[in-house]
Design a protein around this ligand. Structure first.
Ligand SMILES: O=C(O)CC[C@@H](O)C(=O)O
Length: 341
């Protein structure tokens, strides 16, 4: 019987472990520094935007911690000593997970640091749209105290709240929506239509949800199956008066199609925290639309989630580089010795 291949993540631990933060737009990295110091690891901060900048900054690193910098096959090939990648967040759509796995590089995200915060934000957007809060506020500021800009408003109780994607955040959003009196339905390719989840959410097919929901709230990862999931065809089939809430990834919706549906009334309103291009370009048609409520990819943020995200992202890669299995490894197959480097 042949010896199992030694997983890259457990090969030649260096002393001290070198961790490079490829990019980070947070105010400080004091939390990361404290974790690294306690682990005896060296921590370097860079601000890379391109593959070549990552390659230069991360030379000799055992692990990288990444916010938005592109981590592609080219980058991975140029960093043969890399053992682990930590992503600041849940989403890993900026990383080539397949290429990392094929090279034995472990990837860790932090799947549950912001469940409460993102679901709170989704509910806040939905309720803001249901009550016309932002439009009324804009009216008062220009001296308009009429209800004109928001009519018709409907009572929340009994309206249908559709959750697309019943992972941690979608399920939490559904629970909170139920607490407000919505009738909550949800779609998820892993669940069977007609069943009811432990949270009391009735599972529906995506098409059924689109046709019957008064609120469509998106909670899916961005991948080849969910890119432009909400497109012009889907928007032709939404219930009259429906509103759209997006707190997952911008490219899950076709922005031009959503802007057109907001203009021609197929959508009553939309609450969007994420955009196909971030920051949202100043030329975006969304900026001209009264019935669009826009926040700047802020759903994940609270003082609590921020601290937890930063601490756990670095802890994950420290664990891996020290030869231990962290809680949040995405591609655990790299630790099984089944992937040759
Ligand atoms: O990318 C960010 O800064 C926020 C992170 C958030 O979107 C996530 O993926 O958890």
């Amino acid at each position: 019987m042949s010896e199992p291949t030694t997983p890259a993540a457990f090969t030649n631990p260096t002393n001290p472990i070198k961790i490079v933060i490829t990019d980070c737009d947070h105010d400080s990295i004091d939390i990361e520094r404290a974790v690294a110091r306690d682990a005896g690891a060296e921590l370097v901060l860079a601000q890379c935007r391109t593959e070549d900048e990552v390659i230069a900054a991360a030379a000799g690193a055992d692990a990288i911690v990444v916010q938005y910098a592109p981590i592609t096959a080219k980058v991975l090939d140029a960093l043969p000593g890399l053992k682990a990648i930590g992503r600041y967040g849940v989403g890993v759509d900026t990383l080539d997970v397949e290429a990392a796995t094929a090279r034995g590089v472990a990837i860790c995200n932090v799947p549950d640091y912001g469940t409460e915060d993102v679901s709170d934000h989704a509910i806040a957007l939905a309720v803001s749209l249901a009550r016309g809060i932002t439009q009324l506020d804009r009216g008062v500021r220009r001296g308009d105290h009429s209800l004109g800009p928001v009519q018709p408003l409907h009572r929340i109780g009994g309206r249908v709240f559709g959750v697309v994607g019943l992972g941690l955040i979608g399920a939490a959003t559904g629970r909170k929506a139920k607490g407000l009196g919505y009738h909550v339905i949800g779609s998820d390719p892993l669940l069977t239509a007609g069943t009811v989840t432990a949270d009391g959410i009735t599972v529906a097919g995506f098409e059924e949800l689109v046709a019957s929901a008064d609120v469509i709230s998106l909670h899916v990862p961005l991948n080849q199956y969910t890119h432009h999931l909400i497109n012009s065809d889907v928007l032709d089939r939404v219930k009259p008066g429906a509103v759209l809430v997006n707190t997952c990834r911008g490219a899950v919706v076709d922005t031009d199609a959503v802007a057109a549906a907001l203009k021609d009334g197929r959508l009553h309103a939309a609450g969007l925290d994420v955009f196909e291009v971030e920051p949202l370009p100043r030329t975006s048609p969304l900026l001209e639309l009264e019935n669009a409520v826009l926040t700047p990819h802020a759903a994940w943020y609270s003082e609590e989630s921020y601290a937890e995200l930063k601490r756990r992202t670095v802890e994950n890669v420290v664990e891996l580089c020290a030869g231990r299995v962290p809680r949040n490894i995405l591609n655990s197959e790299v630790l099984l010795g089944s992937v040759a480097r």
